[in-house]
Ligand binder design. Structure first.
Ligand SMILES: Nc1nc2c(c(=O)[nH]1)N[C@@H](CN(C=O)c1ccc(C(=O)N[C@@H](CCC(=O)O)C(=O)O)cc1)CN2
Length: 287
């Protein structure tokens, strides 16, 4: 029997409904949650993501302030804007859309965001809080992946989870969140000698490498939960050229796995939903 599809779009809508209720309660007390979104440059994908974030805020009753700057914006000018937003009591979350132009040090900018407004959960402090199991903002993509896994009803305690990818924004925090849920965690990466040896033992696989067809049917344990974080395009000259695809060979893996997320409609919408959750949480903390 083919895998059950985990519908990230539907789950995201449900979560955003809960956020709307919390935002309305705050607004009733004169504390409308506010999110500042900073977009630098003209990366077309970033423009789409930011537009979707602003729309999602509107629908949930979160006030969003979009600041768009040309690619030539200096690092100093960006840091000045972040400092001003840090000091603005009506703003509860600050998000700097990544990637930034090369001449801007993204780490420096992220560290300039006040920890209480780091709703992307990308700062060193947020990473430390996650590591220590302290309350704090969880990075939106891995946080969304956890909700997708939870939605299957499978308890993670004692399960073997394999994360493919070790980025600071997805792979590493994903590993920590799975560990916190009492899974036994293996993180695989570009230097892993035999990826399939690990993935074949996994009850849960999270693929977050940014390379399509990284996970194929022969690498998956029957019944496993497969979460696809990848966001790639099918190259020219191949069937479905230009189409969005993940890191997982969806058609093959769905015949073996127990649950699987699609791309699009899986992790992507959950990233935005969890940004709203973090923003409303930040507003509640400051109320
Ligand atoms: N400051 C941040 N920058 C970036 C983040 C982030 O969480 N914070 N993540 C990614 C991009 N991203 C959010 O910003 C993001 C990517 C994709 C989606 C999404 O919903 N994708 C759709 C498909 C969209 C399409 O058709 O192109 C889907 O998967 O269904 C949402 C958010 C990098 N930068």
């Amino acid at each position: 029997m083919p895998a059950t599809l985990i519908d990230g779009s539907a789950l995201a809508l449900q979560i955003r409904g809960g956020v709307a209720e919390r935002a309305a309660a705050l607004t009733a007390r004169g504390r409308t949650p506010g999110l500042a979104v900073i977009l630098v440059g003209d990366d077309p994908a970033s423009h789409v993501y930011v537009r979707n974030k602003v729309k999602a805020c509107e629908a949930a009753g979160i006030r969003s302030v979009l600041e768009r700057y040309p690619a030539e914006l200096t690092e100093a000018a960006l840091l000045e804007r972040v400092a001003a937003l840090n000091a603005d009591a009506t703003i509860h979350g600050i998000l700097v859309q990544l990637p930034l132009p090369r001449h801007i040090d993204a780490k420096k900018v992220i560290e300039a965001i006040d920890a209480s407004k780091d709703v992307d959960g990308y700062s060193v402090l947020s990473a430390g809080e996650l590591m220590a199991g302290l309350p704090g903002f969880r990075p939106c993509t891995p946080y969304g992946c956890m909700k997708l896994i939870e939605s299957t009803g499978v308890a993670l305690r004692g399960k073997h989870a394999v994360v493919i990818g070790r980025s600071n924004t997805v792979g590493k925090p994903m590993g920590l969140l799975l560990l916190q849920a009492d899974a036994t965690v293996t993180i695989c990466h570009s230097a892993t000698a035999d990826l399939a040896v690990h993935t074949r033992q996994a009850d849960v696989v999270v693929a977050a490498v940014g390379r399509r067809n990284t996970l194929t049917a022969d690498m998956v344990k029957p019944g496993a939960i497969v979460i696809d974080v990848g966001m790639n395009r099918v190259p020219d000259g191949e069937p479905n050229a230009g189409k969005l695809c993940g890191d997982v060979d969806f058609d093959g893996v769905r015949e073996v796995a127990g649950w699987i997320t699609p791309v699009p409609g899986g992790v992507g919408p959950m990233t935005i939903a969890m940004l709203l959750v973090n923003t409303v949480e930040s507003a509640e903390r400051s109320a």
